[in-house]
Design a protein around this ligand. Structure first.
Ligand code: ZN
Length: 148
């Protein structure tokens, strides 16, 4: 295993063991639920959006380490971003996961500005895992849709 893979594993494990932004928000925060039947991952997001900016986000999740770590990283990454920026970041992450499946990201073609999210490319080696990694993002997209 390369040292980069080790680092990715550590980042995933850290978010899995110490998930960020756990909790609930009272209405009028938007509540959005996502489910990945392939793996049994569940996530509930509570999002407060003001003037197009994601002011607060809390989550409750259960499921595999990839889905939980991914959700934790997502909540960290999109806080204080505009909804447009959040959706853009989602596309970047999804693109990264696709690129990895092609095997064409081996030479470090990670999109910039991903922070911890870059760690996902180190573990998403099977198509079925893509749904685990994107569940929280799709759930966020639903919440944003509901807010607009
Ligand atoms: Zn999963």
């Amino acid at each position: 295993m390369s040292s980069l893979e080790e680092l990715y594993k550590e980042v995933i494990l850290d978010h899995y063991k110490n998930p960020r932004n756990i909790g609930e928000l009272e209405p009028p925060a938007i509540k959005s639920e996502g489910h990945n039947p392939l793996c049994g991952d569940d996530i509930t997001l509570y999002v407060t959006i003001e003037d197009g900016v994601i002011k607060e986000i809390k989550m409750q999740s259960s499921g595999c380490s990839i889905s939980q770590a991914s959700a934790s990283m997502m909540t960290n990454a999109i806080k204080d971003k505009t909804t447009d920026e959040a959706l853009e970041l989602m596309e970047t992450v999804k693109q990264m996961l696709k690129v990895h499946l092609d095997g064409s990201s081996e030479d470090g073609a990670t999109p910039p500005g991903l922070g911890d999210l870059a760690a996902l490319q180190g573990v998403v080696q099977f198509p079925v895992r893509i749904k685990c990694a994107t569940l929280s993002w799709n759930t966020l997209a639903e919440a944003i849709k509901e807010a607009s």
